[in-house]
Design a protein around this ligand. Structure first.
Ligand code: 1CP
Length: 354
């Protein structure tokens, strides 16, 4: 991308936003989940001097810098705020730590009594730091690059708060939800309330669009999915729409499978980010044209590259062309990804070859 000319053309439209106005662009706009992160040497350099991972999330200058790094390298159509979904429990007063190479660790909440440890009024100073990152970014980004704000969905954030760490089956949260649904509902309600404030602040600070990451949506049977995924997301989206009717909201209900169309229709989101396992034929028949579709290349193809990458990019573009579509991965970039493969992907999506 020509960074300088982008900055001096204030009238340039943000291509990323056009699918939300019903436009089917080919080539589609492109950005990638976890486009900032450990696969980039310049990220690792900033990370090393930031202190802890949360120190980086709460440092507006450094968080803005690592957000900009992949945009400078690859000219993505959108930047995503650098932060983490676990900033919300941390801001609520739960102890959150990121042990090097081990993922997050939280002091787990196990029952309604533990909710007394959370303080909704305590979130402001920490949210303010993230909001400052967003305003810096809106000033520093090229005018035609959109800025995406985000949060974790209440269900997914709750799985970490209850389990105390990442898990493959989210059993602690699922068991609480079965054994004491009223108590678990209180936790979900707190998360919806603070997420409204957190995301609304991101829009006021300059975010053009929002994404709600529900990475563990796929662990629930359909009745539980409707109660803990669809209903809280619907309340969150409705509150955001009341304040910011023109700001698109994308949901990422990872693993939702055949429930994804119900999620798309019932939550009020403007777009659905499709995970790696969702078949292209299903996306194209059940979601395309009804909502903005985003997705869904396997992040491991970015590690291996080569012809398999080329073939799949072409298949995704062919299957999803003709309806509003944003190219992305089906989950985040993994740290082993060679940075040159990301450049190659962007070229393939945009139709230029090197
Ligand atoms: O030391 C490091 O650098 C830690 C690696 C890392 C990074 C780069 C973590 C820890 N979080 C992030 C940034 C991050 N996380 C972003 C930044 C913006 C971008 O996409 O570039 C975003 C959007 C997230 C969202 C996030 N955090 C999700 C939802 C998306 C997904 O990947 O499913 C989840 C589940 C988390 C929790 C989390 N944070 C970090 C890790 C390693 C994890 C997963 C833990 C686990 O379940 O085991």
């Amino acid at each position: 991308m020509n960074w300088t000319s982008a900055m001096v053309s204030p009238a340039a439209p943000r291509r990323f936003l056009e699918p939300f106005h019903g436009k089917a662009l080919m080539p589609p706009p492109v950005w990638l989940m976890r486009q900032a992160g450990r696969y980039l040497p310049e990220y690792r350099a900033v990370r090393a001097k930031a202190g802890s991972f949360l120190d980086l999330c709460y440092n507006p200058a450094l968080a803005a810098e690592v957000t900009l790094q992949p945009v400078r390298r690859y000219g993505f159509d959108a930047a995503i705020l650098f932060s983490d979904i676990l900033v919300v429990p941390d801001a609520l007063g739960q102890r959150v730590q990121f042990a090097e190479g081990e993922g997050p660790r939280l002091d787990p909440l196990r029952s309604q009594r533990d909710l007394a440890r959370l303080n909704e009024d305590a979130t402001r100073p920490k949210f303010a730091l993230v909001h400052e990152t967003v305003s810096r970014l809106r000033q520093e980004l090229p005018h035609d690059t959109a800025l995406i704000g985000f949060c974790g969905a209440p269900w997914t954030v709750a799985t970490y708060m209850v389990g105390g760490q990442g898990s493959s089956d989210q059993s602690d949260a699922r068991q609480w939800a079965y054994s004491d649904p009223e108590g678990f509902q209180r936790l979900i309600d707190i998360l919806v309330d603070v997420s409204i404030e957190y995301l609304s602040g991101q829009v006021k600070a300059g975010a053009d669009a929002l994404q709600i990451f529900d990475s563990w949506a796929g662990s629930l049977p359909d009745d539980q999915f409707r109660r803990w995924v669809v209903a809280p997301t619907k309340r969150l989206v409705a509150a955001l729409k009341a304040e910011h009717p023109r700001v698109p909201v994308i949901g990422f209900p990872r693993g939702a499978g055949v429930l994804a169309p119900a999620y798309a229709m019932e939550t009020g989101v403007d777009g659905v980010s499709c995970d790696t396992a969702m078949p292209l034929a299903f996306i194209s028949s059940q979601l395309s044209g009804k909502t903005v579709v985003q997705g869904n290349l396997d992040p491991l193809l970015l590690v291996t590259g080569g012809h398999a990458l080329e073939r799949r990019v072409a298949e995704i573009k062919a299957a999803l062309a003709g309806n509003p579509f944003i190219f992305n991965l089906g989950h985040g970039i993994v740290p082993e990804t060679p940075p040159e493969n990301v450049g190659r992907l962007v070229d393939l999506v945009r139709g230029s070859h090197r």
